[in-house]
Write a protein of this length. Structure first.
Length: 303
């Protein structure tokens, strides 16, 4: 395992160059293909242009929406509709088990902690049950103060604080006070309580401030779109990795919400990224919905 520690700023970006044959080089139109990469503050890095593995999933997981790591060759996943958790074997390249935990609905995230499975619904409800070889189990549902307008799409886990992490794709407020940006809440596993306030907020303003401090070229502010679709904690650094399908980026933040790095995501590689998880040694897995075809999981090796 190679551990990369940056001591000097590294600012990279992707560009697309378009031109008409016969034109001079001064007429070339050049613009940023995506939001630029800043990994200056990160000890561990990933090349999101070069996945190490690609796993096409059975059609039942066309709308895969959440991932969690189970074992060296197994990943658990949920889809948007079925009310099942699927166990996918990376070596056999097939679903080897499924658990029906509730009726069909809109499920967005899943976390396996020891033998406990938690599933997040789009309205902020959390389902809890034990991993089992049974095909159907009874789950406990916890209704939180979150609601449909929050559109909760990301569920993660911080082992240092024993907290589930919930990312809101849309509205951030749970009371009357409006919140600008995307809100992240915590759910205490022991007390079964949602934090009354967001543990942090990240929006265009926070992203723009980070890029202004680190940029080496001008970018289009109107292109900043950030709507979290997944969140996971890096097993070695403890940083939060936040996936945004809208805006096509991966944001790395501290547990206090300080932005530490950003990665652009090519839509040709990840069409609709909805799930993220890590192996214990730091390899990263990202899932994408199939958009009319099979969903898939990509593995990115830690560098």
């Amino acid at each position: 395992m190679n551990l990369i520690k940056n001591t000097t700023p590294v600012l990279l970006f992707l560009v697309v160059v378009s031109f008409t044959p016969g034109c001079s080089s001064s007429s070339f139109g050049q613009h940023a293909d995506s939001l630029f990469l800043v990994d200056t503050h990160l000890d561990f890095t990933y090349d999101l242009k070069r996945p190490g593995e690609k796993h096409f999933l059975p059609y039942v997981l066309e709308e895969i929406s959440g991932l969690t790591f189970k074992a060296p060759s197994q990943i658990l996943a949920v889809d948007d509709e079925s009310g099942k958790v699927f166990e996918y074997d990376l070596r056999k390249k097939e679903i080897v088990h499924s658990i029906q935990f509730y009726k069909s609905d809109d499920y967005e995230g899943v976390e396996l902690i020891d033998n406990d499975i938690y599933v997040l619904k789009h309205d902020g409800d959390i389902f809890h049950f034990k991993y089992s070889q049974e095909k159907k189990v009874t789950s406990k549902k916890y209704e939180t103060l979150l609601h449909n307008d929050n559109d909760t799409e990301g569920l993660g886990y911080d082992p240092q604080r024993n907290l589930l992490l919930i990312a809101c794709k849309e509205e951030g407020h749970i009371g009357e006070k409006k919140i600008k940006g995307r809100a992240f809440y915590s759910f205490h596993r022991e007390r079964k309580e949602l934090s009354k306030k967001p543990i942090f907020i990240i929006g265009p303003k926070e992203l723009e401030r980070f890029w202004e401090e680190n940029k080496d070229f001008d970018y289009e502010r109107k292109r900043i779109k950030f709507k979290p679709s997944a969140i996971a904690t890096h097993p070695l650094s403890g940083h939060y990795y936040i996936l945004s399908s809208v805006g096509k980026m991966l944001v790395v933040a501290s547990p206090k919400g300080k932005i530490l790095g950003t990665y652009p995501i090519s839509p040709r590689i990840l069409g609709q990224p909805e799930g993220i998880c890590f192996s214990p040694d730091g390899d990263m897995y990202i899932s994408s919905e199939g958009e009319g075809d099979r969903g898939y999981i990509l593995k990115f090796d830690m560098q």
